[in-house]
Write a protein that binds this ligand. Structure first.
Ligand code: ATP
Ligand code: MG
Length: 756
């Protein structure tokens, strides 16, 4: 392999270099955020290949597809000819399972159910068992099943090991539903997300020959973000690292934030026991953040009891203090953030893409999106799953799934009558009952609809027609996925009703279908002869939220704190740092103190994404589930030493209708910023954000960009000094004394004054 001695390769500290150079035997890189763990993995791959390891023998696992792609690209830049398998656990397992499906009772063309399909299937299962889905919501049952799978507890063992906090009736229902659900999956030749891992873990455990074959194939396994592996992932990694225990794990226990999904921090803490001859490398140098940011992050995480303290040092600048911004309500918060961003772009030369906004729950993004849109600030939301959740996209994908896997029951149920073919609920129930009795799939039953008792002639004809349609479409898979989708749309007449009725909604639907076709075209192009329908479906079902992000879009990025792991941005806002949001109410109400610690780690992860500037926000009142409630500041705020700023926006401007947005310009949104003096009294423990807003201290007023004593420039009068600020909002005026000792008043909203 041609090896590029790229300059970047030399940019490693001594400890990083040690980790990169270590060749044989287990290696644990244990280090805080921004210390180069991910970088070490990339360089280590290059180093391994350079030292003679065949790329075929290397497997690298990252936490998201985006991370996998980026790492793949970086390795590619260092080693242009090497094909290294860089993947997420789920994709890796999906591909492995394609090859070894029969080992777990599946066919190689198995399909992957997403969360909503999974619930749909579970709903049918519960109904068939005679349970009322109102009392036993599929989502709750699904969560139980999922957590059992993540503990490697199968349907047979469930009753013996159901996990904590389950009531008697729920226990009974899940004990019945879990095996029935697994059977339904098996009958559908389908898996859910958890099964991907579970099946592979089982496969490796039950087939020693296969295990040793794969262990030999993947001689060098590298796992980033090891602190967030769950039990099946842990077992898989262990199974692949016995005869060739060259496992390299990197991670940071302080960034473990997926316990709710079954991740076990214990996996990383146990590494040295699992591999007694492991080499452990610690990286103590942070290359990402300013001193000010690291100091606050360190203060915060220091409050977790269950941790080993780690040094986090940086040679980066001190940077501006970490700020806590307090707003009246969510609308003011959104607007204040938009204004801050606008200011930093206008006055500090920032680019839109420098900014990221993180939140604990998705519901918080809406008001921020609206404010950004109103200020014409370009933004993107990390929500890749969103696209594939749209009805029309799900419909088309269901057709594709049925073509790939005729046994797929949820796919059949979804599209058998879309567009309408006169196959009603009753016909479908009869068909399903008969198919279950015959032990076959629904599509197969549709082909033999005339044998199904009590079906109308019309329904029989329609079912035959549907079967024919899918059979014909199945002949077209060789021309590529994009072409197949086009065929699906035209042959089913899926978009006919929209084309006749070009409402905005219909046009959006058509655009979404087009987007799916482009995604397929990209897939076809990227995979050439290896492109398969199964491959495309796999890719689209295993999408992560951050996959949708485009770094070159030149826009502000919004995402949940969970999605932010591993990423970095120059300026970061963490919004809604309030009791019940962060920490989340679930953690507060939980008896398990570890949940609160996980919330603290989550904030820690968010804060340590920031390179240069970090702002946390809270509001005095917040609208939660339709109710306007006074907030209580997050306890985490008292664990740090933040520069507190109260930002008031003139509420009369906060009207959200479109007419309003048309009639007003940016200058109308003039906040009054009251800054607390540095030597402020210590914050009382139970002070609310509202108290902070109505603070008794006389604040120094600084309207956006202006403060008393500041020098300003007027295009006509030249340079002067601000002597007074008066009024509120749009009516705010500023008095400036110019060189000649002459004072003039200006409406800030309209004046062309600029700070100098
Ligand atoms: P996290 O725990 O947040 O995932 P990490 O430990 O994986 O962080 P990286 O993302 O690998 O850290 O590195 C953080 C930043 O520091 C990146 O921008 C990276 O390029 C840079 N960096 C890492 N090591 C060095 C180095 N030796 N010299 C210069 N920059 C470095
Ligand atoms: Mg990393």
């Amino acid at each position: 392999f041609r090896f590029l001695q790229a300059a970047t390769l030399n940019n490693l500290t001594t400890s990083q270099q040690q980790a990169v150079d270590h060749k044989e035997g287990p290696l644990l890189v244990l280090a805080g955020p921004g210390s180069g763990k991910t970088r070490v993995i990339t360089h280590r791959i290059a180093q391994l290949v350079q030292s003679g390891v065949h790329p075929y023998n290397i497997l690298a696992i990252t936490f998201t597809n985006k991370a996998a792609r980026e790492m793949g690209e970086r390795v590619d830049a260092l080693l242009p000819d090497a094909k290294i398998w860089v993947s997420t656990f789920h994709r890796f397992c999906a591909q492995l399972l394609r090859k070894h499906a029969r080992g777990v009772g599946l066919q190689p063309n198995y399909t992957i159910l997403d969360t909503s399909d999974q619930r749909r299937l579970l709903k049918s299962v519960l109904t068939e068992l005679g349970h009322d889905v109102k009392h036993f919501p599929p989502a709750k049952v699904a969560a139980r099943i999922s957590s059992s799978k993540n503990r490697l507890v199968g349907p047979e063992e469930f009753a013996l090991n159901p996990g904590g906090g389950i009531g008697d009736t729920m226990l009974r229902v899940v004990t019945e539903a879990y095996p029935a659900y697994q059977r339904a999956l098996q009958d559908s030749n389908a898996v859910d997300f958890d099964d991907l891992l579970l099946h592979v873990a089982r496969l490796l455990e039950e087939n020693p020959a296969l295990r040793s074959q794969l262990d030999e194939r993947f001689q060098y396994v590298l796992v980033d973000e090891y602190q967030d592996t769950n039990l099946p992932q842990y077992r898989i990694v262990r199974a692949l690292s016995q005869d060739f225990p060259n496992l390299c794990a990197t991670g940071d226990p302080d960034q473990s934030i997926y316990a709710w999904r079954g991740a076990e921090i214990g996996n990383i803490l146990r590494f040295e026991q699992d591999y007694p001859d492991a080499k452990v490398v610690r990286l103590e140098h942070n290359f990402r953040s300013t001193k000010a940011i690291l100091r606050q992050a360190d203060l915060l995480i220091g409050h977790n009891f269950n941790r080993k303290a780690k040094a986090l040092l940086t040679e980066n600048d001190e940077g501006p203090p970490v700020e806590l911004l307090t707003f009246t309500d969510g609308a003011a918060e959104a607007e204040g953030i938009a204004l801050r961003i606008q200011d930093l772009v206008d006055q500090a030369g920032r680019a839109w893409s420098d900014f990221a906004i993180f939140y604990r729950v998705n519901a918080l993004s809406r008001s921020i999106e609206r404010a950004l849109a109103r200020f014409h600030i370009p933004y993107q939301v990390a929500a890749g799953v969103g696209f594939y959740d749209r009805a029309e996209v799900k419909d088309i994908v269901a057709y594709l799934r049925l073509i790939a896997n005729p046994a797929d029951r949820t796919a059949f149920e979804r599209v058998v009558n879309v567009p309408a073919r006169g196959i009603g609920k009753t016909s479908l129930t009869r068909l399903t009952a008969w198919a279950t009795g015959q032990g076959g799939g629904l599509l197969e039953a549709a082909a033999r609809a005339e044998e199904v008792p009590k079906l109308t002639k019309r329904a029989i004809k329609a079912l035959h027609g549907f079967y024919e349609l899918i059979s014909q479409l199945s002949q077209r898979t060789a021309q590529g996925v994009a072409e197949l989708i086009t065929q699906v749309v035209t042959q089913t007449g899926y978009d006919h009703s929209w084309l006749d009725d070009p409402t905005e909604q219909n046009m959006e639907r058509a655009a979404n279908v087009d987007e799916l076709i482009s995604a397929a075209r990209q897939y076809d192009a990227a995979h050439g002869d290896d492109a398969t329908l199964e491959g495309f479906l796999e890719e689209s079902s295993l999408i992560n939220d951050v996959d949708s992000l485009d770094e070159h879009a030149g826009s502000v990025t919004l995402m949940t704190l969970h999605a932010a792991k591993g990423l970095e941005y120059p300026v970061v806002f963490v919004v809604g740092v309030e009791q019940n949001l962060l920490p989340h109410e679930r953690a507060i109400n939980s008896d398990d103190p570890h949940e609160l610690e996980e919330e603290r780690r989550l904030l820690f992860v968010g804060m340590t994404r920031a390179e240069e500037q970090l702002m946390l926000t809270q509001t005095a009142v917040r609208d939660i589930r339709g109710q306007r409630l006074s907030t209580i500041p997050s306890p985490f705020l008292f664990e740090m030493d933040l520069a507190a700023t109260v930002v008031e926006t003139d509420s009369e401007y906060i009207a959200w209708d479109d007419d309003y947005a048309h009639d007003h310009s940016l200058d109308d949104f003039e906040p009054i910023i009251k800054q607390r003096p540095e030597e402020d009294a210590p914050r009382p423990q139970m002070m609310t954000a509202a108290d902070l807003l109505n603070g008794t201290n006389t604040p120094t007023e600084i309207p956006r960009g202006f403060s008393i004593g500041m020098d300003v420039r007027h295009p006509q009068y030249g340079v002067g000094t601000v002597r007074n600020i008066d009024g509120f909002g749009r009516r705010k005026t500023v008095t400036v004394e110019f060189a000649a000792g002459e004072c003039r008043n200006f409406d800030i909203a309209k004046s062309p004054l600029q700070p100098v």
